[in-house]
Design a protein around this ligand. Structure first.
Ligand code: ATP
Ligand code: MG
Length: 248
């Protein structure tokens, strides 16, 4: 199977000298087409850093990140932007919505960038917001006028707008209630199974961690665990069980 995402001895250091932080420490990771991978680990272990590097939003200090066959380190900012636009959807941990435009505009803007306009863009935006569970009354408000959970849902709608091949989701259920979280995970699993969208899901929730086909755990910038989860059918609610870790 071909790998859609490859990290080859990726190290990311922030700062230098005494104040430096080693956020990722020689991480090797290959994510094949169609995979749904949960990334777990304590606060500060490097999860968001990992997503930022895969998205080409930041550069590794050393090593290579290859996405959809492209070595990101060899591309211009413009080319990386195009890759994000065409292939990657990102649900940011802190939402990153444009504060001065409406919720609907936040989503529609992505669609317009790929050439969808007018009625088609509006209809698709409405469908995305509805599917994500954003109440219609909120669509014309500014993001700051929504609850955290609602903003998170807008982030999901925007990330999925262009039918990305790869979804990078940073704690996308962090601000949702348990029903909302379950709905979102079901939606992601469906997109993964039906459209083979690669999902990289960062989560603290051990329950969310088992929806994928694989889960890895980071600690201090290193992958300390990498396990395959048993296959599951779409739409089946599985009673929560913990994956076995490597040492039993
Ligand atoms: N821009 C930055 N400048 C300096 N240090 C940073 C920066 N971003 C992250 N770090 C540090 O790098 C380490 C990894 O951070 P990262 O945000 O990847 O952790 P995380 O696993 O996503 O944590 P959380 O679960 O709290 O979101 C942390 O020690 C953090 O303080
Ligand atoms: Mg984080």
């Amino acid at each position: 199977m071909s790998n859609v995402i490859i990290l080859d001895r990726v190290t990311k250091k922030y700062g230098s000298g005494h104040g430096a932080t080693l956020a990722l420490d020689e991480v090797d990771l290959a994510i094949p087409a169609g995979q749904f991978i949960a990334v777990m680990g304590p606060s500060g272990c490097g999860k968001t850093t990992l997503l930022n590097l895969i998205a080409g939003l930041d550069d590794p200090t050393s090593g290579h990140v290859v996405v959809a066959g492209e070595d990101l380190g060899k591309l211009s900012e413009r080319a990386r932007f195009e890759i994000r636009l065409r292939h990657i959807g990102i649900v940011f941990q802190s939402f990153n919505l444009l504060p001065r435009v409406s919720v609907a505009r936040n989503v529609m803007w992505r669609l317009e960038l790929v050439g969808l306009r007018g009625r088609k863009a509006r209809d698709r935006t409405a469908a995305l917001l509805e599917e994500a569970g954003v109440p219609e009354a909120a669509w014309d408000r500014f993001p700051g006028e929504l609850s955290g959970g609602e903003q998170q849902r807008v982030g999901v709608a925007r990330a999925l707008a262009t039918d990305p091949r790869i979804l990078l989701a940073d704690e996308p259920t962090g601000n949702l209630d348990s029903l909302g979280a379950k709905r979102l995970l079901d939606q992601l699993r469906r997109l993964n199974q039906q459209r083979r969208m690669v999902v990289v899901l960062v989560t603290h929730d051990p329950h969310a961690g088992i929806v994928g086909s694989r889960s890895i755990e980071l600690r201090d910038g290193r992958v300390i665990r990498d396990v395959a989860s048993p296959p599951r059918e779409v739409g089946v609610v599985v009673p929560f069980e913990r994956p076995h870790d490597a040492n039993g």
